[in-house]
Design a protein around this ligand. Structure first.
Ligand SMILES: NC(=O)CC[C@H](N)C(=O)O
Length: 390
């Protein structure tokens, strides 16, 4: 429940919103973004791609089903702060173990409610993503605006080093996997898709991955060895994986030159599947470019058209940067998917190597599961490579 204590959100353009504080007592600055998902606030808060960002939820009431350990997408909340219209005064869900406010307080993240999130979202859509300051402490409007302006923009910064794993490890299938399948009747075990009898070993770069992506890979026939982002080509080769996966992650993709270099080295040797930041790393590894979108795509209702099949899927997304299509078309790759809202690049495929990627999150969590077939495509690609067919 929100306290009766005031809190403030200030944008770098001088706009100030006053509301009620919840979560931790803190003053933080970051990039102000909005997410249009109707459900899944826990998965959003714990998605490491939001590192450095203050997330505004456009759904009008947040917190009504609480939080549960199985829904964590990483070791804890990763966004810098949370802004909502109404924080639910009740938590009503048999799985809930903690309220949103207590969870954020426990983890040092401030939240702000009673904000006109529709006005804020419209502003970000018109003027673009902005630096901001969120405070649940008694600071003046001027001080909050000053802190917003002082924040060092994410452009040029490496955020991946703050969220990647410390050591390589083998992903262990966990009980939470059961909760992330669609249409699972409560209390039953999962009616799993036929897992192929032959398993492949995938080396997965953790740039700030969500747990659900590893769960999806396991469910589609992969043993997942997770590697820190700084792992070298030699460390990967030593493991002799059948394929490489590049995860999502936070921050500016252009700033990560050491990752571009590693991926350039991997592309000729392994089947590679990249998502979101991983897709952007493939872009840069090929010598292509990424650029910042005006206000990004964040939510579970982003329409994507596959240019090869004509099929449209509704996807889960969370990104502020995109691939420049011309820059990759000159480098041996082609655009396979576009976002129907703004025609920006959502997928690419290399024309001669077994390499493909998507800008969206095929693991959803939260979001629709339209993109599930991509995991089957990846498995089939690896199988074809192992059989010497490609
Ligand atoms: N979800 C992600 O991997 C985001 C990638 C990148 N940080 C962006 O905002 O575009």
């Amino acid at each position: 429940m929100s306290s009766s204590k005031p809190g403030v959100l200030a944008l770098e353009d001088g706009t100030v919103y006053r509301g009620l504080a919840f979560g931790a007592e803190a003053t933080i600055a970051g990039e102000c973004v909005f997410n249009t998902s109707m459900t899944g606030y826990q998965e959003i808060i714990t998605d490491p791609s939001y590192f450095g960002q203050i997330v505004t939820m456009t759904a009008v009431q947040i917190g009504n089903y609480g939080l549960t350990p199985e829904d964590e997408e990483s070791s804890g909340p990763k966004c810098a702060g949370l802004v909502v219209r109404e924080l639910s005064p009740v938590v009503s869900n048999w799985r809930a173990t903690i309220s949103l406010s207590d969870y954020l307080a426990k983890n040092g993240i401030p939240g702000l409610s009673e904000i006109d999130t529709r006005a804020l979202t419209k502003k970000l859509r018109v003027d673009g993503a902005m630096k901001c300051c969120l405070s649940t402490l008694p600071i003046s409007d001027d001080e909050a605006v000053r802190r917003a302006r002082e924040w060092q923009d994410m452009a040029g910064s490496d955020y991946v080093k703050d969220v990647t794993c410390a050591q390589p490890y083998l992903w262990q299938p966990d009980a939470a996997a059961n909760y992330n399948e669609p249409y699972l009747p409560v209390g039953t075990t999962m009616n799993a898709p036929a897992v192929p009898s032959r398993k492949f070993r995938v080396a997965a770069f953790d740039y700030g991955a969500k747990h659900s992506i590893f769960r999806k890979l396991v469910r589609h026939g992969f043993d997942v060895q997770v590697f820190p982002s700084t792992s070298t080509l030699e460390q990967i080769r030593e493991q002799n994986p059948d394929a490489v996966f590049l995860s999502n992650g936070p921050g500016d993709p252009a700033a990560l030159r050491y990752l571009h270099k590693t991926v350039t080295g991997l592309l000729p040797d392994y089947p590679v599947f990249g998502i979101c930041l991983g897709h952007q790393m493939i872009t840069h590894a090929l010598g292509g470019e990424t650029y910042k979108l005006k206000f990004g795509h964040r939510g579970g209702n982003q329409p994507v058209k596959n240019l090869e099949t004509g099929k449209v899927s509704i996807t889960a997304q969370n990104h502020g940067f995109a691939t420049d299509p011309k820059s990759i078309e000159q480098r041996g790759a082609k655009v396979t998917e576009i976002n129907l809202n703004d025609q920006t690049v959502e997928g690419l495929r290399h024309t001669s190597l077994p390499v493909f990627s998507v800008q969206y999150h095929p693991e959803a969590a939260p979001g629709p599961n339209d993109a599930d077939p991509l995991f089957i495509d990846f498995y089939n690609l690896v199988a074809a490579r192992k059989a010497g067919k490609i």
